[in-house]
Design a protein around this ligand. Structure first.
Ligand code: ADP
Length: 449
């Protein structure tokens, strides 16, 4: 039940209540109706039989029946029998079973083949000890038959009524929940598309659902504004930090040119320079991502030979890898043309290759392969270094996530930026890795058609 939509739940309860109400009303009607009808019938039969007593007298040695006695009156047939059961006077309905035995003082209901009949046998002392039995027979009245017919009809109509009630209930619930569905759809679009500028935008209604939609829209306004502020702040802060860092780097480089520096000072300045360079890289990545978030990062696409870019990055990687004596093998074959932003594509490749060196093992291997697969260019960058733990595989694409915070001088922005660049070119980056074995990054970029 919990998994059903509210629409179904409302319909279900509505129909159930409807069934219970109608069934209870019907049961009440049957019980009370039947009782009332049969009580009225019994009363009429009883009265007719007992009224007839005054007309049946024993006089002058024989039974004298007054002319006023109607053998058929108001639906009741009257017949007079001797105690031996011989019919002396009177009439009975044609379909009445004449062999029906006598049971005095009690009204019986006999279900005949054609119709139901009520029978009342009464002992009557006609005078001077002459005993007769007066039998009253009353076929079930028209109203009783009609009542039974109505009940039968109701029993047939009942399931039809339930189905109609369920359909109407569902229709009403569906209409009532239409605005809610719109809210759900809009919220899902906003959530799924990460587009905070979208709104539910329902007309100005006063009911709860319209108010809810309006409140949601206000909430989205505030969310959008605060996200916008945050992005602007990151972008402005990175921008402002670029100049002082550039000054620190250039000043450090100038100081290091002085050959009279003692070793201690030189080491200190080198350390400042190295940190400043790391910070410059972080600020640059941050600024690029902040601009991308604000939609201010414009790609400058050109007809680009990816093989050339891969080769150039391979060369750079070989240089970097010398420090750890890592062997870099590049295989990029013929030219593969894509529509890409040269600087961005180079940056993406470099980020992945730098990581392969950074997290590669001493005397290890790095392979950089470029191939074509249908309409895509695929770059595979593999190393036999640290590898990535299973639980970190999803998280390495998050900003500032670093598997081992204590190690290396990373920023945690290299992979998010690389992924952003691949996505912005209509492609993607995925990774396969095993801790202690190595990693394989696969970059897919659509070829220029
Ligand atoms: P960082 O500046 O820390 O390298 P990245 O965004 O480039 O930031 O990478 C995020 C994290 O992913 C790294 O801190 C590292 O733990 C993991 N990682 C990335 N590339 C590799 C790799 N080739 N081998 C092992 N771990 C890697």
């Amino acid at each position: 039940m919990k998994r059903l939509s509210i629409k179904f739940k409302v319909t279900f309860w509505f129909t159930l209540m409807m069934v219970i109400t109608v069934a209870a009303a019907l049961a009440f009607l049957i019980v009370i109706g039947e009782q009332t009808v049969s009580e009225a019938t019994c009363l009429r039969l009883n009265e007719a039989v007992e009224d007839s007593f005054s007309e049946i007298k024993y006089r002058f040695g024989e039974l004298d029946i007054d002319n006023d006695l109607d053998y058929y009156n108001d639906g009741v047939y009257i017949a007079v029998y001797s105690v031996e059961g011989e019919l002396l006077y009177g009439r009975l309905p044609a379909d009445f079973d004449r062999s029906t035995e006598f049971v005095t003082g009690e009204i019986r209901k006999l279900e005949g083949a054609k119709q139901t009949q009520y029978v009342y046998d009464a002992v009557h002392d006609a005078g001077k000890g002459y005993i007769v039995i007066v039998r009253g027979v009353m076929p079930a009245s028209g109203s009783e038959n009609a009542f039974e017919e109505i009940i039968r009809l109701a029993m047939i109509m009942f399931p039809a009524l339930v189905i109609i009630a369920a359909l109407i209930g569902y229709f009403i619930a569906k209409r009532a929940f239409k605005p809610v569905e719109r809210i759900v759809d809009s919220a899902a679009t906003i959530n799924g598309g990460n587009d905070l500028s979208k709104r539910i935008g329902m007309s100005d209604g006063k009911d709860e659902i319209h108010r809810l939609a309006a409140e949601f829209d206000k909430m989205f306004d505030r969310l959008e504004a605060s996200f916008e502020n945050e992005k602007r702040f990151t972008s402005d802060a990175s921008h402002e930090l670029r100049t002082p860092i550039a000054v620190i780097i250039s000043q450090c480089e100038a100081i290091l040119e002085n050959e009279e520096l003692d070793d201690e000072t030189r080491n200190a300045i080198c350390s400042v320079l190295s940190n400043a360079e790391g910070m410059a890289e972080l600020i640059s990545s941050l600024l690029t991502l902040a601009r991308a978030d604000r939609g201010h990062l414009k790609l400058i696409p050109e007809e680009l030979d990816l093989a050339e870019a891969v080769f150039a990055v391979g060369e750079l990687t070989s240089e970097l890898a010398k420090e750890k004596n890592i062997k870099v093998e590049v295989s990029c074959g013929d030219s593969v043309i894509i529509n890409g932003d040269r600087a961005m594509i180079t940056r993406m490749l470099l980020n992945i290759c730098e990581n392969a060196v950074k997290y590669g093992k001493e005397n290890g291997n790095i392979n950089i392969d470029l191939k074509e697969e249908n309409a895509n260019a695929v770059v595979l960058i593999s190393d036999d270094g640290n590898g990535i733990a299973k639980e970190s595989l999803e998280r390495i694409w998050e900003r500032f996530y670093r598997e081992d915070e204590a190690r290396g001088n990373g920023t945690g922005l290299g992979l998010p930026l690389a992924k952003y660049i691949a996505n912005a070119h209509g492609g993607d980056i995925t990774v396969k890795s095993e801790k202690g074995v190595g990693s394989l990054f696969e970059i897919i970029i659509p070829k220029k058609l």
